[in-house]
Design a protein around this ligand. Structure first.
Ligand SMILES: [Mg+2]
Length: 229
């Protein structure tokens, strides 16, 4: 594997790159469980149902599955209310000490960006909970540009390299999801690195054409070595 070309800007994805997304799912389910607890059903009991439904899938029907198990109506209004509660809750999240150390190190030598897809305000609340603001020179939530600018669109990546003042070939995107994360940066001539581990929500999907990362790492700490190699 050849080395990275000279990098000036390191841009990160958020979910399953800077922290494990399952931590957010658990936090959201705890909030929903507290809301649904009633009578014989405790929040702990409902949390277990939610977690089990999520683990078994389908992941987009978790609330329906659990409401049915509880014998409650799963009409679209109720589901929309639970989804809003989940996306608007203030999550309990923490960065791993190793991640804090890596961001501290990178901040000394590189421009740093955060570029994230996903629903607002959920993504903003995650960034706040993790205290990420202090490391990043620029944060872009694609949702603020409009749904059509979610990955794999290239616009947010162009805006990022402009904002950081670094040409595309000196930017690297560090992310996890090969179905969408690397298509845009690859098209623009960015370098790309996939972080992969078995805890990730999307760890088992295959790359789409044009979506292959230039490099693969299994721990964020490998990034430091890769950048300096
Ligand atoms: Mg991700």
């Amino acid at each position: 594997m050849s080395a990275l070309a000279t990098v000036r800007a390191v841009v990160f994805d958020l979910d399953d790159t800077l922290y494990p997304e399952v931590d957010y799912v658990r936090s959201g389910f705890q909030c929903v469980a507290n809301h649904l607890a009633k009578g014989e059903w405790t929040a702990d009991g409902i949390f277990e149902l939610l977690w089990s439904a999520f683990s078994q899938g389908p992941k987009d029907r978790v609330f329906n599955t659990v409401l049915e198990q509880l014998g409650r109506d799963d009409n679209s209004e109720t589901i929309a209310g639970l989804v809003a509660l989940y996306r608007e809750h203030c999550p309990q999240l923490q960065l791993a000490p190793e991640t804090i150390d890596i961001l501290d190190q990178l901040k000394q030598d590189y421009r740093l960006g955060l570029l994230s897809d996903g629903f607002l305000p959920a993504q903003q609340l995650k960034v706040e909970a993790l205290g990420l603001g202090k490391w990043f020179d620029k944060i872009i939530f694609t949702e603020q540009l409009g749904r059509e600018f979610w990955k794999p669109a290239t616009k947010a990546f162009e805006m990022m390299s402009d904002a950081l003042g670094c040409p595309p070939e000196s930017c690297v995107y560090v992310a996890d999801n090969v179905s969408k994360d690397f298509i845009g940066p690859n098209q623009l001539g960015w370098q790309s690195i996939r972080l992969i581990n078995e805890r990730q929500v999307h760890s088992d999907i295959a790359p789409v054409p044009g979506g292959e990362p230039g490099f693969v790492i299994r721990k964020l700490s490998e990034l430091i070595y890769l950048l300096k190699s």
